[in-house]
Write a protein that binds this ligand. Structure first.
Ligand code: ADP
Ligand code: TRP
Length: 318
């Protein structure tokens, strides 16, 4: 194994991907992986997803879609260990060990738990323990940095606390303390109604739709005729063209919203087409996905089996 610091991140396979996900998070992630500075692990957090998504067909489909999406946008499974959480049982094994050294009042301070309680939700035990499984995901690889959105910061802090607690109780320095890498907050991508693009608002432009579907979505972007230019169209356009180019296009076609939308549909389509091509190609050879995940799990387990052995020695069961 190389000596580079370890970078690990996890993604739950729970939603249809849209251009907001891509320009807001995935693109920066791939750039970070490609920097060559880290030994990278990317995990499909299927056991975490199981807390909310309890449907076998959906689990299979979304897991596959997520892996295809990452490959289509440029992640090379030869350079990055791409695997499924459920394929590496040492994660859940370590999570149990962490459960035994963690108190309920400590986990009750987690934001996700407090939010759920505030909404009067009867949360499941998996959701309550979520931070322990995530700590295991991270710590088992001696991870140095964890690129995530700001909402995940507390989970990384919990992983650090857990590493320290374990090292202290069992008098060793088995676990490395990970640091969050909070992804720079790129401007929020608006949806076709001008609000934040989100799968829960039904206002998305999908990342991998056909040209026709893409054009249809662009044509339904809500425009407001009061200003100088259709702001919702412009903001999306800015993701794929420089402001300088746009300024001349928008002044040339002032007031001609249909034409501006036609240009945006073409530009977006040209930008997304190569990724869509790769996505469709992988989809047609979908057994590749299984091979990628299988090989990812093998590489991951080469690390986790050894680490869990050391952990078991430290706690006295081996
Ligand atoms: P959604 O809001 O559609 O449910 P998620 O919460 O699953 O999306 O977001 C996954 C990632 O995509 C997050 O890291 C988030 O920062 C990013 N993201 C989602 N929507 C947008 C958006 N409209 N603009 C910028 N980034 C976004
Ligand atoms: N909790 C993360 C999210 O909702 C997903 C996740 C699971 C994760 N395990 C991880 C992220 C380990 C980073 C590291 O986005």
């Amino acid at each position: 194994m190389s000596k580079k610091p370890v970078l690990l991140s996890g993604i739950k396979p729970t939603g249809d991907l849209h251009i907001g996900n891509y320009f807001g998070a995935m693109r920066q992630q791939v750039e970070l992986f490609k920097s060559g500075k880290y030994q990278c692990f990317i995990m499909v957090a299927d056991y975490h997803a199981l807390n909310t998504m309890q449907n076998a067909e959906e689990m299979h489909r979304r897991t596959k879609e997520l892996v295809m999406a990452y490959i289509a946008i440029g992640l090379d499974p030869k350079d990055v260990v791409l695997f499924k959480q459920s394929d590496v049982p040492e994660h859940t094994e370590l999570a149990w060990i962490f459960d035994t050294i963690t108190t309920m009042p400590y986990l009750m301070r987690a934001h996700a738990y407090k939010d759920a309680v505030a909404k009067n939700k009867e949360i499941n035990v998996g959701t309550f323990n979520y931070p322990m499984l995530m700590a295991a995901d991270i710590l088992i690889y001696d991870t140095s940095i964890v690129p995530v959105g700001a909402d995940q910061k507390q989970h990384i802090e919990i992983a650090r606390d857990t590493a320290q607690k374990f090292n202290h109780i069992f008098k060793n320095d088995l676990f490395t303390l990970p640091k969050p890498y909070i992804m720079p907050d790129v401007a929020t991508v608006p949806g076709i109604d001008g609000k934040k693009m989100s799968k829960s608002y039904g206002n998305v432009i999908p990342l991998f739709s056909s040209r026709e579907e893409l054009t249809k979505r662009v044509m339904s972007i809500v425009t407001d005729s009061s200003g100088e230019r259709p702001e919702n169209v412009y903001k999306i356009h800015k993701l794929v063209r420089s402001e300088q180019e746009l300024d001349s296009i928008y002044s040339e076609h002032k007031g001609k919203y249909k034409e501006l939308k036609d240009i945006l549909a073409d530009d977006l389509n040209n930008y997304l087409e190569p990724m869509r091509g790769r996505y469709n190609k992988i989809e047609s050879e979908h057994e590749i996905i299984n091979d990628i995940l299988k090989s990812g799990a093998e590489k991951a387990r080469a690390v986790t089996k050894e680490k869990i052995r050391l952990v078991k020695q430290a706690i006295g069961v081996l």
